[in-house]
Design a protein around this ligand. Structure first.
Ligand SMILES: Nc1ncnc2c1ncn2[C@@H]1O[C@H](COP(=O)(O)OP(=O)(O)OP(=O)(O)O)[C@@H](O)[C@H]1O
Ligand SMILES: [Mg+2]
Length: 253
């Protein structure tokens, strides 16, 4: 349903280093996401997970490669055009909008301001009071509240492909289990192809397929069990990794 072919993403270097003017964040990445499946993407901080998600949504444009969605080449389509085709993205760092309420955002996403319809959507994400709809989406919201709003507006679009970038950030421990169940239910009930970027084991276990992204490459595809040795290897580096693997005089100043 979504085919990524040799996707490369580069950013300009602030200062040219050894003749290089760009830094490659994603290297010739290829993968096919299948219809109705649940994927988890994990990997170290800075490995390229959010970049990959933003490329799929069209927030970033690749330096090379193509993206085919339901047989259509979407490589050069805008965010809005991709949204119309049924792709939705939930940001890792949610935006806040002064002077806007949750109701405003949700009504746009659901293309309806019908109270009954909005009530059904907020119930799906575990918001149990209609009063929540009139909360301003500003800096006063807690980290967990803004994530729930982000989740609700993504689900309200009834997307064919939903990408959630770290939906569990700031969410209390007791809500993560229900959140995993909610996204699995959305996947099953609406046949939504679901991609969750997460470091949380609950999401990694729930996925049909886990992708491990490392240094801008897909280092593993499969079930969580098979990835565990690699994930253990990603633990913190030691002083000698930093200073002795490749001698760095700065360590001994
Ligand atoms: N527009 C940009 N300009 C410069 N560097 C960028 C840009 N976008 C991403 N990067 C760099 O690309 C790398 C990958 O970033 P990305 O946000 O995709 O990581 P991530 O895997 O989502 O990490 P995390 O787990 O911390 O969320 C980082 O080193 C980041 O600084
Ligand atoms: Mg990220």
């Amino acid at each position: 349903m979504l085919e990524l072919k040799n996707i490369r993403f580069t950013v300009p270097l602030a200062e040219a280093q050894e003749g290089e003017t760009t830094r490659t964040i994603l290297h010739n990445l290829s993968f096919t996401f299948e219809k109705g499946k649940f994927y988890a993407i994990t990997g170290p901080n800075g490995s390229g997970k959010s970049t990959l998600s933003k490329l799929i949504m069209g927030i970033h444009k690749p330096a090379a490669g193509t993206m085919i969605f339901d047989g259509k080449d979407i490589t050069n389509l805008s965010i809005t055009e991709r949204a119309k085709l049924g792709i939705a993205y939930s940001f890792q760092h949610s935006a806040r909008f002064k002077g806007t309420t949750f109701r405003d955002l949700l009504s746009v996403a659901a293309e309806s301001d019908d109270e009954g319809k909005l009530a059904q959507i907020i119930a799906r994400v575990g918001i149990c009071s209609m009063d929540f709809l009139d909360k301003p989406v500003d800096s006063k919201l807690s980290g967990g509240e803004i994530k729930k709003i982000e989740l609700a507006t993504t689900i309200a679009r009834n997307p064919k492909l939903a990408i959630y970038d770290e939906p569990d950030t700031g969410i209390d421990l007791w809500t993560i289990g229900p959140m995993v169940e909610l996204l699995k239910r959305e996947q099953k009930d609406y046949n939504t192809t679901t991609i969750v970027v997460s470091h949380n084991k609950a999401f990694l276990e729930a996925a049909d397929t886990l992708l491990l992204v490392k240094d801008g490459r897909i280092a593993y595809v499969g079930k969580l069990d098979g990835a565990l040795p690699m994930l253990t290897d990603l633990s913190l580096c030691t002083f000698s990794d930093v200073c002795e693997g490749e001698f760095d005089a700065r360590c001994y100043r």
